[in-house]
Design a protein. Structure first.
Length: 433
């Protein structure tokens, strides 16, 4: 049986509404541990770790958050409570809690809070585009192995969701642990991964086990491995092959080969992940998947708002398909959430499709596939059309050679040879990322 996707720690009374919340979290796909005191919660985190903590505001939330900072834990915290005063809820948020959830809990509210903070899957992976299906089929096929896997693609293309699918397709079960490499201080990142012996820094109170130990039998997902410090790259390389080490999956937004060439990433570490490199295409290259995903997101958000399933007109779908989606699936999800909130009825009109700043998608749509676009190709050589297609695809992929190659259906080697020819001919090429 596949393992859980997220490990949670609930801090508060072991009965009543808190007990119900624990059951709801388990129903939502979480592995749940409980602690009745702050001291017990800290001991549990040192021994087992957690992707998310929910704590009753009746406890010393501010003190608990201060203890987390002192012991250099990076775990997010949600405060919750029964008929808690606004002052308590605000104090918890100001002290560093990510959110506040009232108790007795609503099942969907609990699940939504977990999904938002701990990236719990909201449903099945959706898509019918050949490039996406190839990537997903390969990912799931590799799930039965213990080989390290590298997921590449732009921000928001669903790399963590695919990593979760690999974990769930595996035979060993265990827990899925996500480690954020970007935006985390090197020492904290080291403790998250490898723990410490209790003397690593002045405020350390006891020995702590890191994810490479607590996730044994499961999966460690390293998000944005390209920013992993050099010292941790070396330590990770040695730990990957240790007996009983968890399965390793990493994601990268940048081409690691270029970082190796620049001396910023270890060639031997990249080689360990090279056996299975899965490229997720950007949303703009997935064609008909855009309305499929849009309808799924809209239906889910409408249900959470107590509204009937919305409908998307042909004009709305055309606008969605014509936008470039620089933020990929994550941006589409946000757009559909706003569309549901802005629509008075079940029909999601083009006017409801707005970006984070309130601007309409209609004003930023840049892509088309009508007859006029095809007519523009007449009279041009195949060589010219191929060159422009490669350069435009590379530009849309922001210089990512790997993503552009996947979209075009050619090898990275072929792509590099083509680009070399263009550069030698004096043609400008989008720089590599």
């Amino acid at each position: 049986m596949a393992g859980s996707i997220v490990r949670m720690l609930l801090v508060g009374p072991a009965d009543g509404a808190f007990h119900v919340a624990a059951g709801m979290a388990r129903d939502a796909g979480a592995e749940v541990a409980t602690a009745t005191t702050v001291e017990a919660a800290l001991a549990c985190l040192r021994e087992q770790g957690a992707a998310l903590v929910m704590i009753d505001v009746a406890t010393d939330v501010c003190g608990f958050l201060a203890d987390l900072a002192a012991e250099r834990f990076a775990v997010p915290v949600i405060a919750c409570g029964i008929d808690a005063s606004a002052a308590r809820a605000v104090a918890a948020i100001r002290a560093g809690a990510r959110d506040y959830v009232p108790l007795p809990p609503d099942r969907e509210l609990i699940a939504a809070a977990i999904r938002e903070i701990a990236a719990l899957p909201a449903g099945p992976l959706i898509g019918a585009h050949p490039a996406f299906l190839r990537a997903l089929d390969f990912a799931r096929a590799m799930g039965a192995s213990h080989a390290p896997i590298l997921l590449t693609g732009e921000r928001g293309t669903g790399k963590e969701r695919v990593a979760q699918a690999i974990h769930q397709a595996g035979r060993g079960g265990g827990t899925f642990v996500t480690i954020e490499c970007a935006g985390v201080a090197p020492d904290i990142l080291e403790y998250e991964l490898f723990g410490h012996d209790g003397t690593a820094f002045p405020m350390a109170r006891a020995q702590r086990r890191g994810a490479m130990t607590t996730a044994r039998g499961g999966t460690v997902f390293l998000r944005d491995i390209e920013v992993l410090p050099a010292a941790l790259q070396a330590r990770l390389l040695g730990a990957i092959d240790e007996a009983g080490a968890p399965r390793m999956i990493a994601s990268a937004r940048r081409a690691l080969e270029a970082l190796v060439d620049a001396g910023r990433f270890r060639a031997d570490l990249l080689a360990r992940f090279a056996l299975a490199t899965i490229i997720l295409p950007p949303l703009r290259a997935r064609g008909g998947d855009i309305p499929l995903l849009a309808r799924s997101f809209a239906t889910s958000f409408a249900a959470s708002e107590g509204r009937p399933a919305p409908t998307l007109s042909d004009q709305t779908c055309r606008l969605l398909a014509g936008y470039g989606w620089p933020g990929n699936i994550a941006e589409l999800q946000d757009v559909m959430h706003r569309a549901v909130l802005l629509s008075a009825g079940p029909d999601l009109s083009p006017d409801a499709l707005v970006l984070a700043d309130g601007s309409r998608i209609a004003a930023t749509a840049t892509r088309g596939n009508g007859p006029a676009e095809m007519d523009a190709l007449v009279g041009r050589t195949v060589e010219d059309v191929e060159r422009d297609l490669i350069l435009l695809t590379l530009e849309r992929c922001r210089g990512n050679r790997t993503s552009a190659s996947q979209i075009l259906g050619i090898s990275v080697r072929t792509m590099r040879n083509k680009l070399k020819t263009f550069v030698e001919a004096g043609i400008a090429v989008t720089p590599a990322v």
